[in-house]
Design a protein around this ligand. Structure first.
Ligand code: URP
Ligand code: ZN
Ligand code: ZN
Length: 462
């Protein structure tokens, strides 16, 4: 045996039991109440939980956006992810105008090559559709890209129209791939933004006021309706508000395969953050914007009941100095996005399990198992079972934490969670049977993370 984890309190999406885990050749080889076999390394997990490694299926590493590039690349971003208990991520490869899907895939593969310390996959965002591009979808699925993203916002940049969405949904579904949408009405928002700027409303809070929840609710309902007409499943990314949630719930209740994620920022931050003095509100400029306390409560409830299936981060960091600052005189020039890859697991445990909003099993399901199932990585990832990848987190549920940009590993000069306190800290992290984090140190070499050739999504959740 290569590694043996003893005295573990093993938690999956369905089980909680005491046992020991034996790891060989990067995989879980045996799970038993007590393991008698010898191992090269023994990790004593007494008093700790052992979870399947968390999976973040919504990140933007090294992404050019709004004239800037997100400040974490595949080295710093995956190191931060690992410190936070995330052992796999799926990033967005963005198809530029005139590019093929293969170009997008190759470009993002080159960004990750030699850098990632954890396993990674890609969704391709289709931003410029034509017949040739549509024909590339089966080839992408074969290559392990089994999900595609469409933006219904960012007019003039990433946005596509409903006809293109319909064609992509039909073609993706034909090959077992899942389509994800950024659901905001880009046409209306475009007008609201220019009206605000014309009227001298330039402060960060107007970013939120120019992207009302109704614009998200409308686009969510429209995306779902288009998916229903295409006879395809759909996944809504970064859902923030009741207007959008109602559309998801209605569709699911009617029996359609509709799925949605939210992110910690929408559960924990609110519009008030935009009113912080000294342009601090820019730190929370992301799309959609953070909403109200009532929306937060509705999202927590939906995570508990299953109306929302996943919590990912939408990690898209831009430094306050030199990047966010570009919008001091005009909120529409603030690069959209915020960091979060490192803090998701502790925040969701502390705010979710610790505050009795989620059970321990549901927490594991939301941060690991459901993303693995929906995005074609289960059962290799997302669970603790014989034969699964040894992607594991040893977690101290009692240890307190205080989040700070100073102690985070993310390559960005702030965190929207500065000063957040809670309980539950990632202690040791294994990825593919390699110990990547131990005693607060990064042990993995850049480039040791592998590309995940994903399968068509597991329809187990559908
Ligand atoms: O503001 C955000 N969310 N930036 C990243 C791009 C996206 O829309 O996901
Ligand atoms: Zn988005
Ligand atoms: Zn995003």
């Amino acid at each position: 045996m290569d590694i043996k984890i003893t005295n573990a309190h093993i938690i999956t999406a369905t089980d909680a039991y005491k046992g020991e885990i034996g790891i060989r050749n990067g995989k879980i080889a045996v799970i038993s109440r007590k393991l008698s076999e010898k191992a090269d390394k023994i990790i004593d997990a007494k008093g700790k939980y052992v979870f399947p490694g968390a999976i973040d299926i919504h990140t933007h590493l090294d992404m050019p956006f709004m004239g800037e590039t997100s400040s974490d690349d595949f080295k710093t971003g995956t190191i931060a992810a690992a410190f936070g208990g995330t052992t796999a991520l799926v990033d967005f490869a963005i198809q530029g105008k005139g590019m093929s899907l293969r170009d997008a895939f190759d470009t993002w593969s080159a960004k990750a090559k030699g850098k990632a310390v954890i396993d990674y996959g890609f969704h391709v965002a289709i931003c410029d559709l034509n017949d040739k591009v549509l024909d590339e979808i089966p080839e992408m699925v074969k290559a392990g890209i089994t999900s595609f993203k469409c933006f219904l916002a960012y007019k003039g940049a990433l946005m596509i129209d409903d006809g293109a969405l319909f064609r992509i949904l039909k073609q993706a579904n034909r090959y077992g791939a899942l389509v994800m949408i950024h659901a905001e009405n880009g046409d209306i928002i475009d007008i609201l933004v220019s009206d605000m700027i014309k009227n001298g409303k330039t402060a960060p809070k107007y970013h939120a006021l120019s992207r009302p929840p109704e614009a998200e609710g409308e686009a969510t309902g429209r995306g779902i309706a288009v998916a229903q007409m295409a006879g395809a499943p759909i996944y809504i990314v970064h859902l923030t508000c009741r207007e959008a949630l109602e559309k998801v719930v209605a569709s699911r209740d009617a029996g359609f395969p509709t799925f949605a994620e939210t992110c910690p920022q929408y559960l924990l931050l609110s519009y008030k953050n935009y009113e912080e003095p000294n342009f601090n509100g820019a730190k929370y400029v992301m799309s959609p914007p953070v909403r109200s306390r009532e929306d937060q409560a509705a999202l927590w409830k939906a995570l508990k009941t299953g109306d929302l299936q996943v919590v990912s981060t939408d990690h898209c960091p831009f430094n306050f100095k030199g990047q966010k600052e570009l919008g001091r005189d005009d909120f529409s020039k603030i690069p959209n996005g915020a960091p979060g890859i490192e803090n998701r697991v502790s925040l969701m445990f502390s705010e979710g399990v610790g505050k009795k909003r989620l059970s321990l099993n549901r927490f594991v399901e939301i941060v690991s198992t459901a993303p693995a199932k929906l995005f074609g990585m289960f059962p290799e990832k997302g669970t603790i079972a014989v034969g699964s990848d040894a992607d594991l987190v040893i977690f101290d549920p009692k240890k307190p934490f205080t989040i700070s940009a100073k102690t985070n590993h993310q390559n960005v000069d702030y965190t929207p969670y500065e000063g957040f306190k809670g309980k539950g800290v990632v202690e040791t992290v294994l990825s593919g049977g390699r110990v990547v984090v131990e005693d607060g140190k990064m042990l993995a070499q850049p480039g040791s993370g592998r590309f995940i050739k994903r399968k068509p999504s597991k329809k187990g959740l559908m």
